[in-house]
Design a protein around this ligand. Structure first.
Ligand code: NAD
Ligand code: DAU
Length: 362
C-alpha cells in the first residue's frame, strides 16, 4: 500500500476534483497528508466548491494546514516546477482538463492546449523532479470516450483499441498515450484510469444531469439530442473517487484501470426518471414537466453507446460501486435544491455568454 503525502491535485476546483478533495480530507481511508490544488479557475472551476474545505483545512488552520490552493495554469512550466519544489510533491492526481464535448466541437484549441500540452507539462516536470524517486506516483484521470462508440452489445475493456471521435476524446486519448509513454520510456511511476459518465454534487450545469435538474426547476425546455436513445453508463462521483484513491494506493505502476457504474441508461429514459424525482421533491406536476422535453438537433459525431467493463479493478483491487442510481440521483437533486448560491455563481459571466452565443434561448 502506497503512503501518499504531498498530493498535487490538478483541476481540484472542478466537478470531480472538488469532490475528490472533499472525499480525501473528510476521512478517506489512510490519508493523513496534504493537498495542493492547482487550478486555473476557468468557467468550470469554482472556489465556492471548496469554501468549507478552505475554512477547515486552509490557511485558517495555521500550522495544521492540509489544504493549499494555487491559482495557475498547468501549461505554465515555471509555475508547475515552482509548485513541485515549494511543496515537495510526491503524488500527482491529474484531473484538470477541458471536459465538455459540445465545447470541443465549437472550439477545439483550448482542448489541445490544456489536455495535451498541459498533461505533457505535468508529466515532464514530474520526470525531472522525481528522477529515480521510488515512492512517487502520477495518476492520470481519463475517460471511456477514448474507446469510441459501441453498438448494441459489448463493453469497453482495458484492451479495447482507442478510437476517439470528438476533439475532446481525441485530446484525452493523446494525453493517455503521453502518460503511458512516460511510464514505458522513462519509468515514470504512473497509473491511469478511464471512467464512464459521472454525476453528483458540484457538476457544472452544462452536462446533461445538472442542466436538466435546473431546467426542470426553472420551467425551461429540456433539450434532448437526436432521438434520445444514446446510452451512457452512469457512476456516482464518490464511487469514482473511491476507485481513483484505491488505484493510487494499490494499483500497479504502468497499469490502467477501467471504472464504471455498470448502469446503462438511454438519455430519454434517464430524463423521465429525473423528472419523476425532481417533481416529487419540488412539488411539480411531472406530466406537465414532461411536455417541456424538446428533441433538438443532434450533437455532430454523437457517440451512440458507452459501457464499461470494470471487472479488473473489482477483481484485482476489490473496489465496487456503493451508491445505486436512485439514491445517487436523489442525493444530487437534494444538493442542487439546497445550493442555489453555488448555481448562481457558476452561471454568471462567461458561461452565460457562451450559452447565449451558441444556444440562443437556452
Ligand atoms: P470540470 O470541467 O468540471 O473541471 C475541470 C477543472 O480543471 C476546472 O476546475 C478548471 O478550472 C480546471 N482547468 C481547466 N483547464 C485548466 C488549466 N489549463 N490549468 C489548470 N486548471 C485547469 O471537469 P470534470 O468533469 O471534473 O472532469 C475532471 C477530469 O475527469 C477530466 O480529466 C475529465 O476528462 C475526466 N472525466 C470526466 C468525466 C465526467 O463525467 N465528468 C468522466 C470520466 C473522466
Ligand atoms: O463518458 C465520460 C464523459 O462523460 C466525460 O469524459 C466527459 O468529460 C463528460 O462531459 C461526459 O461526456 P458526455 O458527452 O457523455 O456528457 P454530457 O452530459 O454532455 O451528455 C450526456 C448525454 O446526454 C450525451 O449522449 C449527450 C446528451 N445530451 C447532453 C446535453 C448537455 C442531451 O441529450 N442534451 C443535452 O442538453
Amino acid at each position: 500500500m502506497r503512503i501518499l503525502k504531498n498530493i498535487l491535485v490538478t483541476g481540484g476546483s472542478g466537478f470531480i476534483g472538488s469532490n475528490f478533495i472533499h472525499f480525501l480530507l473528510n476521512g478517506a481511508d489512510g490519508f493523513e497528508g496534504r493537498i495542493i490544488n492547482v487550478d486555473a479557475l476557468t468557467y468550470a472551476g469554482n472556489p465556492l466548491s471548496l469554501a468549507d474545505i478552505e475554512e477547515q483545512f486552509g490557511t485558517a488552520a495555521g500550522t495544521a494546514q492540509r489544504y493549499c490552493f494555487e491559482h495557475g495554469n498547468i501549461c505554465d512550466r515555471p509555475f508547475i516546477e515552482g509548485i513541485f519544489k515549494k511543496y515537495d510533491i510526491d503524488t500527482v492526481v491529474h484531473f484538470a482538463a477541458e471536459s465538455h464535448v459540445d465545447r470541443s466541437i465549437h472550439g477545439p484549441e483550448a482542448f489541445v492546449k490544456t489536455n495535451v500540452m498541459g498533461t505533457f507539462t505535468l508529466l515532464d516536470t514530474a520526470r525531472d523532479f522525481w528522477q529515480s524517486e521510488k515512492d512517487a506516483l502520477f495518476h492520470h484521470i481519463s475517460t471511456d470516450e477514448v474507446y469510441g462508440s459501441l453498438g448494441d452489445t459489448g463493453r469497453f475493456t482495458e484492451e479495447t483499441p482507442y478510437d476517439p471521435r470528438s476533439p475532446y476524446s481525441a485530446s484525452k486519448a493523446a494525453s493517455d498515450h503521453l502518460a503511458m509513454a512516460y511510464s514505458h520510456t522513462y519509468g515514470l511511476p504512473l497509473t491511469l484510469s478511464n471512467c464512464s459518465n459521472n454525476y453528483g454534487p458540484r457538476q457544472f450545469p452544462e452536462k446533461l444531469i445538472p442542466l436538466s435538474i435546473l431546467n426542470i426547476l426553472e420551467g425551461k425546455e429540456l433539450p434532448v439530442y437526436g432521438d434520445g436513445k444514446n446510452i451512457r453508463d452512469w457512476v456516482y462521483v464518490e464511487d469514482h473517487n473511491r476507485a481513483v484513491w484505491t488505484v493510487m494506493r494499490q494499483g500497479k505502476a504502468g497499469e490502467k484501470y477501467n471504472i464504471g457504474g455498470e448502469n446503462e441508461w438511454e438519455n430519454i429514459r434517464l430524463l423521465y426518471a429525473l423528472i419523476g424525482i425532481v417533481s416529487r421533491k419540488a412539488g411539480l406536476d411531472a406530466e406537465k414537466v414532461r411536455a417541456s422535453i424538446a428533441f433538438v438537433k443532434d450533437r455532430p459525431g454523437h457517440d451512440r453507446r458507452y459501457a464499461i467493463d470494470c471487472s479488473k479493478i473489482k477483481k484485482e483491487l476489490a473496489w465496487k460501486q456503493e451508491v445505486n442510481f436512485e439514491e445517487g440521483l436523489s442525493r444530487t437533486v437534494d444538493w442542487y435544491l439546497s445550493n442555489s448560491g453555488w448555481v448562481n455563481s457558476v452561471r454568471s459571466g462567461e458561461y452565460r455568454r457562451w450559452m447565449e452565443q451558441n444556444y440562443g434561448r437556452r
